[in-house]
Ligand binder design. Structure first.
Ligand code: DX5
Ligand code: ZN
Length: 229
């Protein structure tokens, strides 16, 4: 299946212009990073700006709440064209917030930090639609992809397959066209500065999508060759 690309505009220097530009690309989602100044050091409040632009942005939102208490922003983003709201597994009252998201009929996700053990996800596996694996420490764009993430993706994928769960896998942080080549088990790839820092958003998005889908195509080619097609 073709990979989805979710574009983070956290490192944008001209948000309005870049969001309008992004809306015209083939990006599958706009990834909205929200930071509270507690769970992560920085703080931003993108909701009001996105609310004002909701008549010009038609892309669905993939909202990533890096907040200790995401209650208010769950209510806020439920008002917009939101497909996923993801909270962090490291916070208190995870179950209650997941219920709050589900009560809106919105898909819910759990993000997991690089240093957090995947067993933390266990109690929620039957409940969630998405796991967002952080491949950088959350809190800012433009960081380097942490290598150990690949092992973590494989471990989580194994759990999903063995328990026959319908959870989508997403990875967030430090992803460029080269890293994308190694993300063939991932359903939704989040990328920020690589795309926003490129004048041609569309070709950067396509490079990520194509490179992440390549391995499977190669396998298909091999099979086709074997059959003499
Ligand atoms: C990190 C954010 C990411 C990040 C992605 O805290 O959650 O979404 O901004 O941007 P890049 O691709 O620049 O790491
Ligand atoms: Zn994010």
């Amino acid at each position: 299946m073709e990979k989805k690309v979710s574009v983070s505009f956290l490192s944008s220097k001209n948000e309005k212009k870049d969001l309008i530009k992004l809306n015209r690309t083939s990006a599958d989602y706009i990834h909205v990073d929200v930071m509270d100044g507690h769970f992560v050091r920085k703080r931003n409040k993108p909701f009001k700006r996105l609310y004002k632009m909701s008549n010009v942005i038609s892309k669905r939102l993939d909202v990533h709440l890096m907040e200790k208490k995401p209650y208010k922003n769950i209510n806020n983003f439920a008002l917009l064209n939101t497909e996923y709201i993801t909270i962090h597994v490291e916070i208190d009252k995870v179950d209650e917030y997941l219920d709050q998201i589900k009560d809106y009929g919105i898909k819910c996700g759990l993000a997991i930090n690089p240093d957090t053990d995947i067993s933390m996800l266990d109690p929620y596996l039957e409940k969630i639609d998405l796991i967002l694996i952080m491949s950088v420490k959350p809190g800012k764009g433009g960081q380097e992809f942490i290598e150990d993430t690949i092992k973590k993706i494989l471990k989580i994928k194994k759990v999903i397959v063995s328990k026959k769960l319908k959870i989508k896998l997403s990875v967030d942080g430090g992803i460029n066209d080269e890293i994308a080549k190694r993300l063939d088990f991932v359903d939704i790839i989040v990328s920020g500065s690589y795309i926003i820092g490129n004048d041609d958003f569309e070709s950067a998005i396509n490079a990520i999508r194509d490179n992440a889908s390549k391995k499977k195509e190669k396998k298909k080619d091999k099979e086709a060759n074997k059959k003499g097609e």
